[in-house]
Design a protein around this ligand. Sequence first.
Ligand code: 13P
Ligand code: SF4
Length: 302
Amino acid sequence: MTNQWMVNEINKIKKEKKALILAHNYQIPEVQEVADIVGDSLALSKAAAEAKEEIIVFCGVHFMAESAKILSPEKKILLPAIDAGCPMADMVTAYKLKEYKKNNPNTAIVCYVNSSAEVKAESDVCCTSSNALKVVNSLEEDKIMFVPDKNLGNFIKGKVKDKEVEVWPGFCITHHRVKGLEIDRIREAQPDAEILVHPECNKEVVEKADFIGSTSQIINYARKSNNKKFIIGTEMGVLHKLEKENPDKKFYLLSPGLICTNMKKTSLEDVYNALKEEKNSVLIEEDIRKKALKPLNRMLSL
Ligand code: 13P
Ligand code: SF4
């Protein structure tokens, strides 16, 4: 089977079944190209919630497809690579969070969407990297626990003045490994380039960057900037859109380690098989789903 044959089949079956294909900005180029919408976590959550289609093929990792299912239980949400998880999402459990809540009853739990449905069910409000500050500022509580990403949590903590923000000790294994020294070296080699990084990077990287934002915020920034050279401090998948949309600009990856193996698990063949056989449907226990829906809806209503 050639790629072109598979692309044609995917488009044909998609029409017949009235399905929608969503892909995260970190997916491989071939998968991004067959998707109806390519975006960051927030855009994809909104698209899943608003979609009229009854079948959604979610090309991303498990928590993303799960969030779509929480928002749209009546739809069939298919995850083409069923073993594509997020190691950071596994760094907080509902059990540990419940224990924390017992000891800290007046603290609001802000939950990054990179988390399980069970953890969301124990949280007050969800956020993504593009709206985390807005979400935290919208809360009445003075004390916040940010789960599970300590890097995004600390980035927000530095921007919030009137609240006490505690962070859970989780992190993204892909972004966290980038070193401040890598920024210093690249700055010296490319002094005229702008450095754009994701807030999942650690403090020493974030502090030295020119712009910090979600995957789509990075893409939008590069599109609007008059600069011609950019150093990209997030997963390499974003390079596809950046290069496609800006043929006159140059993009370099900040670190060779910026590859998320889980985001790279979805192949074109997986998309084809999931769509054709309607397999890898994401399921959630109804009482957990109902509880997890509240913090997600609270985020989306902001
Ligand atoms: P965003 O697309 O929201 O920036 O998320 C990044 C990420 O790590 C998703 O797993
Ligand atoms: Fe999880 Fe990091 Fe991969 Fe995103 S890039 S899915 S946070 S491991």
